[in-house]
Ligand binder design. Structure first.
Ligand SMILES: Nc1nc2c(ncn2[C@@H]2O[C@H](COP(=O)(O)OP(=O)(O)OP(=O)(O)O)[C@@H](O)[C@H]2O)c(=O)[nH]1
Ligand SMILES: [Mg+2]
Length: 322
C-alpha cells in the first residue's frame, strides 16, 4: 500500500481529502506529509476572491471554475469562512451551489472554518492550497468573506486577489478604501445586470485614480494597472474577460519578478510564524497558568517590570537574548 503523499501526488482524490482533514485537525502528521509534498507544490496559480457578505463571490467562483474547465484546467477551490463553524449556514448554501461542479474529477472543492486563532486559519488555508497544488490542481481559488483583518491575512496566500463588490453597496466602497486597496489586483463589480453597476465601476475607478502608485510608477518596469471589470452570473457576461485578466496578471507577476518576490515574502512570514508558534508552545510547557497570573500581578502592581519578566521567561525556554 502506497502512503498518503504518494497517492495524493498520483491524483488520488481520497488521499487529498484525507490530507485536508488532517490539516484542519492540526494533526502533527499533516506537517510531516506537507514537508514531503513541498517539492511538488509551487506550480499552481493561487487566486483569492474576497468581498463583502453577499457580494456574489461564491457565484462568481462557480463561474470562474466553469471557465477554467473550458480552458482544460484542473481547479481547486477553498472556501474559507472565518466565523461560522464547519457545517455552518452560508457554507452549506455555497456547497449546494457548487455541488454541480463537485462531480467533475478535475474540480476539488473544500470549505474550511476557523477552529482556533486567526493565524491558525490562514496557516490551514495555505496548507490546504499547498496540498491541492501538489495534487496537480491549477489554479487554486480561495474564497473568503469580508474585508477585515482576517481576510487580508488569508488573502496573503493568494497571488492574484479579486475584490468583489456588488452595485448599490456604497458604504462598502469606504470599507474597501480602508483595508483592501493594497491587496487588490483586480476589482470585480458583480451582478452587473442590476442597476447601479456603472456607478460602482466609476466609484472604484475614482478610488484607483487616487492611488499614488498609479500615477508615479517607474515607466521602464512592467506595471500592473488594476482593472475594474463587470460580471453578471445571471447573464453569463464578463467571465471570459475576467479569466483573461487573471491570466494576464499571472503573466505580469512572472515577468516582473513579483511572483518570486511575493513568494519569498510569504515563505518568510510562514517560517517566522512557525518558529513563533514553537516558542509559544515551549512557553506553555514551562510556565503554568497560575505562574502567569502571579507574574502579571507583579507587573500590574509595579513590583516588577514587563522587560525583566520577559527576559526571565525567555531564559526558561533557553533564549539568552536580551
Ligand atoms: N442579479 C444577480 N444576482 C447575483 C449574481 N451573482 C450572485 N447573485 C445573487 O447574490 C446573492 C449572493 O450570492 P453569493 O454568490 O452567495 O455571494 P457571496 O459573496 O458568496 O456570499 P457570502 O459567501 O454569504 O458572503 C445570491 O442570492 C445570488 O443569487 C449576479 O450576477 N446577478
Ligand atoms: Mg460565498
Amino acid at each position: 500500500m502506497q502512503n498518503i503523499t504518494e497517492r495524493l501526488l498520483s491524483g488520488d482524490r481520497r488521499a487529498l481529502a484525507r490530507m485536508v482533514t488532517l490539516i484542519e485537525n492540526e494533526s502533527p502528521q499533516a506537517r510531516r506529509y506537507l514537508a514531503e509534498l513541498h517539492q511538488n507544490a509551487g506550480r499552481a496559480h493561487i487566486i483569492g476572491v474576497t468581498g463583502a457578505p453577499g457580494a456574489g463571490k461564491s457565484t462568481l467562483v462557480t463561474h470562474l471554475v466553469r471557465e477554467f474547465r473550458r480552458r482544460e484546467r484542473k481547479i481547486g477551490v477553498v472556501a474559507v469562512d472565518p466565523s461560522s463553524p464547519f457545517t455552518g449556514g452560508a457554507i452549506l448554501g455555497d456547497r449546494i451551489r457548487m455541488m454541480e461542479l463537485a462531480g467533475d474529477p478535475n474540480v476539488f472543492i473544500r470549505s474550511m472554518a476557523s477552529r482556533g486563532s486567526l493565524g491558525g486559519l490562514s496557516a490551514a488555508t495555505r496548507d490546504v492550497v499547498r496540498a491541492m497544488d501538489a495534487a496537480g490542481f491549477n489554479p487554486v481559488i480561495i474564497e473568503t468573506i469580508g474585508t477585515g483583518q482576517a481576510e487580508v491575512e488569508v488573502m496573503r496566500a493568494a497571488q492574484t486577489v479579486l475584490v468583489v463588490s456588488a452595485p448599490g453597496m456604497g458604504d462598502e466602497i469606504q470599507a474597501i478604501k480602508a483595508g483592501i486597496l493594497e491587496i487588490a489586483d483586480i476589482f470585480v463589480v458583480s451582478k452587473a445586470d442590476k442597476p447601479g453597476a456603472d456607478q460602482t465601476v466609476a466609484e472604484l475607478a475614482m478610488l484607483l485614480s487616487l492611488d499614488p502608485h498609479r500615477r508615479h510608477h517607474d515607466k521602464s518596469k512592467p506595471y500592473w494597472r488594476i482593472p475594474v471589470l463587470k460580471t453578471s452570473a445571471i447573464k453569463d457576461q464578463g467571465i471570459t474577460q475576467l479569466v483573461d485578466a487573471i491570466e494576464q496578471h499571472y503573466q505580469y507577476l512572472l515577468e516582473s519578478d513579483m511572483l518570486a518576490n511575493r513568494t519569498q515574502r510569504q515563505v518568510r512570514s510562514e517560517v517566522e510564524a512557525l518558529v513563533l508558534h514553537s516558542v509559544m508552545l515551549a512557553l506553555k510547557d514551562k510556565v503554568t497558568e497560575a505562574e502567569w497570573q502571579l507574574l502579571m500581578e507583579d507587573i500590574t502592581t509595579r513590583e516588577r517590570d514587563p522587560y525583566s519578566v520577559a527576559i526571565e521567561l525567555q531564559k526558561r525556554i533557553g533564549l539568552n537574548n536580551k
